[in-house]
Design a protein around this ligand. Structure first.
Ligand code: GAR
Length: 221
């Protein structure tokens, strides 16, 4: 553990409700960290306004302004590195990243995905969960690796699928849990409690909570 506040960056493409949860939980001290930069690849992303309201520096790095994925990602990494971020959070960032970028931030790049990985990677996952007839879906925070929507899992939350659900209703129910587990994962990272062992994440200091993990995957404290 360290007293130093984690400097972290958040990369978005859209509404930024997960960004808002990270802003709020950093502001109230739940996360011992500070968002030092928010980047969006979409100029009109509402999340940019959320960051602006919170006084957080923002940058638009529009992927369409670059000839290829590699040069876009180099610009992204240059901005994040210039801000001296220790951790990068992908919060509704809708571009696939190349192995170069993933390796550049190995072990310090987190993504949130609106399904219980490894089930339903990719896009339109709420509709696909409904179509598959599963009774539960949820949200996953994981370290990013070269494969899309794979990588060591930090936190998950389960959400029931209810009669009459459509993709929007399910997405909204999952988002509520995303707003809980993304800040939790960042807090654990900031507390230096996450240790990747192969494909698994060990949470230091979590041993005593193993029994509670059966009903509540992660401790609140
Ligand atoms: C969230 O549901 C997030 O899990 C998902 O996009 C939404 C963004 O919402 N991310 C992905 O699908 C990544 N492939 P937000 O902008 O309100 O945080």
């Amino acid at each position: 553990m360290t007293d130093a506040l984690l400097r972290y960056g958040v990369v978005i493409s859209g509404g930024g409700s997960n960004l808002q949860a990270l802003i709020d939980r950093s502001a109230d001290g739940t996360i011992p960290g500070r968002i030092v930069l928010v980047i969006s690849n979409e100029p009109g992303a509402f999340g940019l306004q959320r960051a602006g309201r919170a006084g957080i520096p923002t940058q638009v790095i529009d992927h369409r302004a670059f000839p290829d994925r590699a040069s876009f990602e180099q610009a992204l990494a240059a901005a994040l590195d210039a801000a001296q971020v220790e951790l990068v959070c992908l919060a509704g960032f809708m571009r696939v990243l190349t192995p170069w970028f993933v390796r550049h931030y190995r072990g310090r790049l987190l993504n949130i995905h609106p399904a219980l990985l490894p089930a339903f990677p990719g896009l339109h996952v709420q509709q696909r969960a409904l179509d598959a007839g599963v009774r539960f879906s949820g949200a996953t925070v994981h370290f990013v690796v070269e494969d899309v929507d794979a990588g060591p899992i930090v936190a998950q939350a389960v959400v029931p699928i209810l009669p009459g659900d459509d993709a929007a209703a399910l997405a909204a129910r999952i988002l509520q849990q995303e707003h809980r587990i993304f800040p939790l994962a960042v807090r654990l990272f900031a507390q230096r409690r996450l240790e990747v062992q192969g494909s698994r994440v060990i949470i230091r200091g979590h041993e005593a909570d193993a029994a509670a993990a059966l009903i509540n995957p992660l401790p609140d404290g």
